[in-house]
Design a protein. Structure first.
Length: 205
């Protein structure tokens, strides 16, 4: 389909979107499958990973992530030194909705125990059980990680099989309080390995 533009009162056909115009299209950069993995890291310039100014934002997708240990949390942290340290200062907010299988307990609540106020630790993004059929999924969007002017905002939404047989929907947002480029991210459980699951990294045009 051609786009139409007006130039000097004349209509012109544009057969391709100029490269300078964002389209929102996703480009798969890297897919990593866990197998009893202590952690999964995406480091710019390593193993085909791009996490720089090539794209204005990046999306991580979690698919069937399952822990080896029951009743743990799935967490992440950023790095500004290509993965030497994962300890970027973050301020975040966290709220969740959950409903148990018996239909007797349903809550939507802000959870101040799981947010950070200028914390450098790993950010919790979902609670997971290790039953054979339990797992979690979701997305993490990181905006303009290569900026040397602004802090780095992110939004995360997940859906997980809680160890107490709940469905839990977690909503996390915040910013990495640094003007240094964020060039790596690590995902890990609060205890034990990532037994199974896929994490995909996409660049957004």
């Amino acid at each position: 389909m051609a786009l139409i533009s007006v130039s000097n009162n004349a209509l012109q056909n544009i057969t391709a979107v100029p490269a300078s115009i964002p389209t929102g299209a996703l480009t798969l950069i890297k897919s990593i499958t866990a197998s009893a993995s202590a952690s999964i890291s995406f480091v710019d310039g390593t193993d085909g990973v791009v996490l720089d100014g090539t794209y204005s934002s990046y999306i991580f997708k979690f698919i069937n992530v399952r822990p080896a240990t029951d009743a743990v949390t799935f967490n992440f942290n950023f790095s500004t030194d290509s993965g030497l340290n994962y300890n970027v200062t973050k301020t975040t907010t966290y709220f969740k909705a959950y409903h148990n299988e018996a239909g007797t307990d349903a809550v939507l609540t802000y959870d101040g125990n799981n947010d950070l106020a200028q914390g450098t630790g790993f950010q919790r993004i979902m609670d997971l059980g290790s039953d054979a059929d339990q797992n979690g999924g979701g997305t993490l969007t990181l905006f303009n990680p290569n900026s040397t002017t602004y802090v780095k905002h992110f939004i995360c939404v997940t859906s997980a099989s809680h160890p107490s047989n709940y469905i839990q929907n977690d909503f996390i947002a915040g910013y990495a309080n640094t003007t240094s480029p964020v060039n790596a991210i690590r995902f890990q459980m609060s205890s034990g390995n990532i037994d199974d699951g896929i994490i995909k990294l996409y660049g957004v045009k």
